[in-house]
Unconditional design. Structure first.
Length: 213
């Protein structure tokens, strides 16, 4: 199972992160160059500076500017980075990427984004980004449908939606429903809690029917 540290947009912060973890970072274009910055109208470290120090697990590429994906792919290829997926690409770009054979793309699932849209990309995209704007709406049935269709599931920690108090309840719900996630995106300080409270327990609950990798 993958643990993805949220918003690591600085090469110094990346160096301080254990290489066993993945990273979510924000990508924009500025003056024809790719930079790492969440908010608009400013500057930030170059994407190259992140790639030069990359020795971690998966890279989640949160796209903040339209149609920069090919430039991102070119940079990833330059640094031989192969474990990644695109997040928040526009729907026209998701279609373009998947039709070109690029499957390292996440589709969104939430109370506002339906499973039917995700399932239209069966066999074309690898990941589902399970968001929690107001609530965790992923059911055991939907999780199984998505898994059976070949998707991997990455859950957004409620802390990223300014609802840290919901984390214990979500963990208990996931355990009760035996929902097996492939990744969790959270703040770095919350990784240990997810490991202890969810990963260990879900491995015990489902060890007789489905391995957690």
């Amino acid at each position: 199972m993958k643990f993805i540290a949220h918003r690591i947009n600085d090469p110094q912060a990346l160096e301080m992160l254990s290489p066993e973890y993945g990273v979510e970072l924000d990508l924009r274009d500025e003056g024809g160059k790719l930079i790492c910055r969440h908010d608009p109208f400013g500057t930030g470290p170059s994407f190259d500076s992140i790639c030069q120090k990359w020795r971690h697990d998966i890279m989640v590429l949160n796209i903040k500017s339209e149609r920069i994906e090919q430039a991102v792919l070119d940079t990833l290829s330059q640094y031989n980075i192969k474990n990644y997926f695109f997040l928040d690409s526009s729907m026209p770009m998701v279609v373009s990427l998947t039709e070109s054979g690029e499957s390292s793309v996440a589709l969104r699932y939430s109370e506002y984004e339906s499973i039917e849209t995700v399932l239209r990309f069966t066999g074309q995209a690898d990941w589902v980004w399970v968001d929690v704007f107001t609530n965790l709406t992923l059911t055991a049935q939907d999780a199984m449908r998505l898994k059976d269709a070949g998707f991997k599931l990455c859950l957004v920690c409620p802390e990223l939606q300014k609802q840290p108090e919901k984390r214990p309840a979500y963990i208990q719900y996931l355990l009760k429903e035996k929902i097996v996630l492939d990744a969790i995106c959270c703040k770095q300080h919350a990784i240990d809690e997810w490991k202890a409270s969810y990963l260990v327990e879900i491995q015990t609950k489902i060890s007789d029917r489905l391995p957690v990798t």
